[in-house]
Ligand binder design. Structure first.
Ligand code: NAD
Length: 263
């Protein structure tokens, strides 16, 4: 696999009879949905996985309707037993998984002071965001190592870099994901497998629409560009990070914050 390809070249793998299979977890909605469609449009063969099978099927259907290749499946990142069978199905349809984008996530209750967060709530958020990221990594990394190539991308958050008030559980879980990315990247740095993160600020998705307006205002006011991001802007960066072209970056959590991140 050449390292010099740009992101428009996923279809070259298909032309050679080989699919550039990308799994998107959290493909039913928001960032994952847009990323799945964008990758499908670039010629990647996309496994659309989500807790919500109907939403995943709709994403795969949209890709197919636009002339791309996709299948849908159900996965619950908190239930390890559901992950391997879902990845097996994607491999059965498209061959080896070249990349996995983990866009599954929840905010939990927001606009609450840290001392008001119940430990049950804290566990619930960490179980999806952080433990889920670990479970997906454990499942897909051996497959990538076996082919000496892989792009693993976890969608973290600016909240993990900077800490958002009223979002202790979410911020902590996302900071944990950033640490996980750094550690895994070093474990596999010499293998052809990269592990990166992406830290968006506020992107207009169903997840954000469901937040209290005060929380959205708090987050948007901190963005120097004074606007929310678009799912399309996220999808484009995701596509580059999981492409063969992104060959000398691992362990990094990319910024997508309209200037908010300072590191
Ligand atoms: N939208 C933003 O402003 C923003 C900012 C920073 C980070 N993020 C992160 O980006 C990711 C995607 O966010 P979004 O805005 O697209 O949210 P979204 O709610 O629109 O989509 C999240 C998807 O994850 C799925 N999901 C939830 N729990 C799951 C589980 N246990 N197993 C499998 N799938 C599960 C949901 O069904 C949903 O389809 C999340 O990790 C989120 O924390 C979003």
């Amino acid at each position: 696999m050449s390292a010099g390809l740009d992101i428009g070249d996923f279809s070259r793998f298909l032309a050679g009879g080989e699919a550039y299979a990308v799994v998107v977890v959290g493909a039913a909605s928001g960032i994952g949905r847009r990323a799945a469609e964008f990758l499908g449009g670039l010629g990647a063969a996309v496994g659309c996985l989500d807790l919500e099978p109907a939403g995943a099927a709709a994403a795969a259907g949209a890709i197919a309707a636009a002339g791309g290749r996709a299948i849908a499946g159900a996965v619950d990142v908190t239930d390890e037993a559901t992950i391997a069978p879902a990845l097996d199905r994607v491999e059965g349809a498209f061959g080896p998984i070249r990349a996995l984008v983990n866009s599954a996530g929840i905010t939990g209750r927001t606009n609450v002071k840290g001392h008001e967060v119940t430990l049950d709530e804290f566990d619930r958020v960490c179980r999806v965001n952080l433990r889920g990221a670990m479970a997906l990594s454990k499942a897909v990394l051996p497959r990538m190592l076996g082919q000496g190539y892989g792009r693993l991308l976890h969608i973290a958050s600016i909240a993990g870099k900077e800490g958002n008030a009223g979002m202790a559980a979410y911020s902590a879980s996302k900071a944990g994901m950033i640490g996980l990315v750094k550690s895994l990247a070093k474990d596999y740095a010499e293998t052809g497998v990269t592990v990166n993160g992406l830290a968006p600020a506020v992107i207009r998705t169903p997840l954000v629409e469901a937040l209290p307006e005060a929380t959205v205002r708090y987050m948007t006011e901190r963005i120097p560009m004074r606007r929310t991001g678009e799912p399309d802007e996220v999808a484009r960066m995701i596509a580059w990070i999981v492409s063969p072209a992104a060959s000398f970056t691992t362990g990094f959590t990319f910024d997508l914050s309209g200037g908010r991140a300072t590191y």
